[in-house]
Unconditional design. Structure first.
Length: 202
């Protein structure tokens, strides 16, 4: 973004342009971009933008709209599209939720598996195996109250254990979930399914 913002009209136009640019970069449907614009407006009225850049508000508005409309996009994807650090983005998102009332439905971990798998360039058979693992743990009601990205990440790690295609660190970076969480979910899922853990990850 170049130039100086001289009026409210300029500010709003820059926001609209950035919402559309980032939304298109993430291949989001127009309905999601429109919802992100609505959230951006609410955030502005609630004072969220005070002391924050337009881009951080654009980024969290898009992430919130994706969560609200159950369109799976990771914080890492939005971080890359906006060039905002994913840790900063995560903190700003939590701050947004404290300022603006947004209904965030529970996401299905399976919705994240394919996106994470594609971002890690994993073969179809690995992604399918990870989806099967998620389905198994869902039947046991293990997923209730847990971050879907963390469960998806752990399922992918389990599916790749024999091949060693990815590490917990790589998965943690893509999902914006800590390695500790990935490792914890890995242990819990392995125990739940009666699978033998890799002793290096116990």
């Amino acid at each position: 973004m170049k130039g100086t913002i001289t009026s409210r009209k300029d500010y709003d136009q820059i926001a609209i342009d950035e919402l559309e640019r980032v939304g298109n970069a993430l291949n989001l449907p127009k309905v999601v971009i429109d919802e992100a614009a609505r959230i951006f407006t609410q955030a502005t009225k609630a004072g969220f933008t005070r002391g924050r850049s337009i881009m951080i508000t654009v980024a969290v508005s898009i992430y919130a709209a994706c969560r609200e409309m159950k369109v799976p996009r990771t914080i890492e994807e939005i971080s890359k599209a906006t060039r905002i650090d994913n840790v900063e983005l995560g903190k700003a998102y939590r701050a947004l939720l404290s300022k603006v009332k947004i209904e965030v439905p529970v996401m299905d971990p399976k919705d994240y598996v394919e996106r994470i798998g594609r971002m890690l360039n994993l073969p179809d058979e690995i992604i399918k195996r990870a989806e099967e693992i998620v389905e198994q743990v869902k039947k046991a009601e293990y997923t209730v109250g847990k971050d879907p990205a963390g469960i998806a990440g752990a399922a992918i790690y389990i599916a790749t254990m024999d091949s060693g295609l990815v590490t917990q660190r790589q998965i943690a970076k893509i999902t914006n979930v800590t390695e500790v969480t990935i490792r914890s979910r890995y242990k819990e899922i392995m125990d739940l399914l009666g699978l033998k853990r890799d002793t290096k990850n116990v």
